[in-house]
Design a protein. Sequence first.
Length: 117
Amino acid sequence: QVQLVESGGGLVQAGGSLKLSCVASGRTFSSYKMGWFRQVPGKEREFVASITYSGGSTSYADSAKGRFTISRDNAKNTVYLQMNSLKPEDTAVYSCHARRPFLDTYWGQGTQVTVSS
């Protein structure tokens, strides 16, 4: 069982920055592909970014490219999402995701990000 706890959300003005963190329990963090998703009430959850096991490869939604950076520190069981040049449309609940293909998948509770115009 893996527990994911996000932090770092909050209220920020448009153009500002936030850095989200997600700490995972357990000893097998490096065996999980990690990702960030976001959801706005009434809409489906959407992919934001993902990172492979050692951090060697990352992937981003078009909306995040050039503004967001995902990274991980396997020694700290933590994945990060640095968000720059934030826009009001980035307002959402951001959730951390851990996945071992064909084995298991876990979600965090989420952290609210609100960007004011």
